[in-house]
Ligand binder design. Structure first.
Ligand code: ANZ
Length: 686
């Protein structure tokens, strides 16, 4: 299906306006992540270890007016509903949980001594409040200018604030030495009236909690580092175990030096402290999320224009629905320029205000492309609808997606945004489901020379020489065989040889270039070969269903061995034909070219692709099943059900394919495999 830009623009913009009408799309000035390479802002999710997720450039901070979607309104639901996604990998659910980052604690107010000022702090450890020996404000905290005005520290503080503003969050929160400046003011600890110095330090971020903290060096390592650097008192408020000689102690234990909390365990003391704050009217229990609103403005030419107009009289005015889509004009120069290239196109920028008809200007930023990808699957259910985004009956018929496949790198990007937009569209009555993807499969990445294969790293292996030398089937089969597709796989240049040899073997057998085929009635030995064919089919069917392609290939290889051995002794024509037929059917999704070619030349039919998948004969496959133990260096790591007559090679490949076993051997060298089928396989690694 061709994607018509105006079509998806129209509905992207429509969703934007639906969000805007409900206060869920808004524009604000804030310190945002700036990619100097692409000359555009990025959402927090697009910053990985301080660098741009797309191009790897180190991200800077800039103060800009930008558009956000209020995904934080959905934080709790996005978190809660992860529990129901039990066909998603745990890893992805954990990544989303951590990204949403719910934390329970409390907020309380502190007075600035001798002034009318006060500020709120957020803490997850209210039980440690008696151990507060200083307080810290983020450099961007709105109280800072007032506190330092006229103080001897004013100049130094301003320099410090400027430096903090250009540092990234990652730099600011890095372990190690912390820096700060003393404001000259003191805050009053509400529990004991003690006055503690107020510092400004960049390890406290304005975007989290209240942008201000009570610092408890006895229990928090960051505060400890800071206190030791600036010779600030340290008071322990949780008794560390005997012999503890570390720095901040974050473990369990009874409260000490803590007035009415003394003797209580951490949880009890937390509750008691919160109750006290509430009684005194200075604070209350609070929940915080790490999740930030989704910054959707981009300064790129390519992208869907944000359908808003700014009027000197009416302020921000949405483009009327009937005027959608807003399409960007063709431009000569769409190179990144620090602002949207559309801003230079006067005919685009200057418009009439949709409300008062006076002169107004268009928004020239475009939307993050993740906006499109967070609802396209809904539109696929009704792609030609000109009247509305999609018909409810149609989306309800198809949605949710039964099986979604994608890379784990989207865990907190696409997969989070798509969940949010689906929930929003559910809330405004457009779709019944609240979750877009029932089951998720995340494939691993190919790794070469220690780095993930990618265009930007320049370490991609071009497949062309392999097509020339081994053919597309061999390389495809090798990729399936490399390991469980959920795991990263290390590329090896000569791995294709193995699967190529396997295909050659199948070719030689199928074309009768090897073995003896006799014109006789099937014997017991023939019956056994047939049973093996059905057993292979049973395994391959189950393996394909659960995306275990590497074991599917292993079972085909085992069956090829059986067939080859039987052909050496002579096989009845009928058994041979049935076996090859089944082999080709099983091989067809994995090595389609060769199997189609053989299918046709052997006269089985003209199109293998339209043949139904075969069903195995339960009677034939019935066999004794035993439990085989898989060990790594003599320790039991997994157990698998196997046929009682499994051979060495099959036992070994099953052992090497076990996910549990792999987690013990990955990155190590396999020195020896001791195979004692059907009871035990022991893998020796060093
Ligand atoms: C005092 C304290 C004592 C803290 C202690 C921790 C341990 P999570 O769990 O991530 O929510 N904090 C609060 N706001 C902050 C900000 N804007 N920038 C940097 N740090 C901030 O972390 C909450 C804890 O991180 C809070 O609890 C606060 O330090 C700090 F033994 O308060 B705590």
């Amino acid at each position: 299906m061709a994607v018509h830009r105006p079509d998806y623009y129209r509905w992207d913009q429509w969703i934007f306006l639906e969000l805007y009408d409900r206060g869920l799309a808004y524009k604000r000035n804030s310190a945002v992540n700036w990619c100097p390479q692409d000359q555009t802002v990025l959402a927090n999710e697009q910053v990985v270890d301080g660098a741009c997720e797309r191009c790897g450039a180190v991200v800077e901070k800039r103060d800009l007016d930008q558009w956000f979607f209020k995904i934080t309104d959905y934080a709790q639901r996005l978190l809660d509903d992860l529990d129901g996604l039990d066909s998603w990998p745990d890893r992805v659910r954990t990544m989303q949980r951590n990204w949403i980052g719910r934390s329970e604690g409390c907020t309380f107010t502190m007075q600035v001594a001798g002034t009318g000022h006060s500020f709120d702090v957020y803490t997850t450890r209210p039980d440690t409040v008696f151990g507060m020996t200083f307080a810290v404000l983020a450099p961007e905290h709105p109280l800072v200018p007032e506190l330092i005005a006229g103080s001897p520290a004013e100049d130094e503080t301003r320099r410090y604030m400027a430096a903090a503003a250009s540092a990234s969050e990652v730099e600011r929160q890095a372990e190690g030495e912390k820096s700060g400046v003393f404001t000259g003011s003191y805050a009053v600890n509400p529990v004991n009236g003690r006055e503690v110095p107020i510092w400004i330090a960049d390890y406290v971020l304005m975007g989290y909690g209240t942008g201000a903290i009570m610092a408890v060096p006895g229990q928090d390592q960051r505060d400890w580092d800071f206190a030791t650097r600036y010779a600030i008192d340290i008071i322990r408020t949780v008794e560390p175990p005997d012999g503890f000689d570390g720095e901040a102690y974050t473990g369990p234990g009874p409260a000490i030096n803590s007035g009415f909390l003394d003797g209580m365990e951490v949880d009890e003391a937390k509750a008691a402290a919160i109750a006290w704050f509430e009684e005194q009217g200075v604070g209350s229990g609070a929940v915080n999320f790490r999740l930030r609103d989704w910054l959707i403005s981009r300064q790129r030419y390519w992208g869907c224009p944000i359908p808003m107009v700014t009027c000197p009289v009416d302020g921000l005015v949405p483009v009327p629905r009937e005027d959608l889509p807003v399409i960007h004009p063709d431009v000569e120069d769409y190179a990144p320029a620090g602002r949207s290239p559309l801003a230079a196109v006067e005919s685009f920028v200057n418009v009439e205000c949709p409300r008062c008809g006076g002169p107004a200007t268009r928004e020239t930023d475009t939307m993050d492309t993740f906006v499109d990808s967070s609802w396209y699957f809904l539109r696929y259910c009704d792609p030609h609808n000109d009247e509305e985004i999609f018909e409810r009956e149609k989306v309800d018929y198809w949605m949710p997606v039964d099986q979604y496949i994608g890379g784990v790198e989207h865990a907190v990007l696409h997969l989070l945004y798509a969940r949010f937009i689906t929930k929003f569209l559910h809330d405004i009555g457009l779709v019944s489901t609240e979750e877009p993807f029932s089951a998720l499969f995340t494939q691993g990445m190919l790794v070469k020379d220690g780095a993930k294969m990618s265009k930007s790293k320049g370490n991609v292996v071009p497949p062309d020489p392999y097509y020339e030398r081994y053919g597309a089937d061999a390389i495809r089969l090798f990729e399936l065989f490399m390991g469980p597709p959920t795991d990263d796989a290390i590329w090896s240049d000569n791995g294709v040889e193995g699967t190529s040899r396997f295909l050659d073997r199948v070719w030689r057998m199928a074309t009768r270039a090897v073995g003896t085929i006799v014109d006789r009635l099937p014997t017991d030995a023939d019956g056994e070969v047939l049973a093996e064919a059905h057993r292979a089919l049973e395994h391959v069917t189950a393996d394909i269903d659960r995306f275990s392609f590497n074991t599917a290939v292993a079972h085909l290889m085992t069956f090829a061995n059986t067939l080859q051995a039987a052909l050496r002794d002579g096989l009845a024509e009928e058994t041979f034909t049935t076996s090859i037929r089944m082999m080709l059917l099983m091989l067809s999704p994995m090595a389609p070219h060769m199997s189609h070619e053989l299918w046709e030349t052997l006269g089985f039919g003209s199109m293998l692709a339209v043949e139904p998948w075969p069903t195995f004969d339960r009677e034939l496959v019935s066999h004794d099943v035993v439990t085989m133990v898989l060990q790594v260096n003599g320790k039991v790591r997994d157990r698998v059900e196997v046929d009682a007559d499994i051979d060495d090679a099959a036992a070994e490949s099953l052992a090497l394919a076990s996910e549990k076993v792999r987690s013990w051997i990955d990155g190590k060298t396999v020195r020896k495999v001791i195979s004692r089928p059907p009871n035990i396989v022991n893998i020796v690694v060093g």
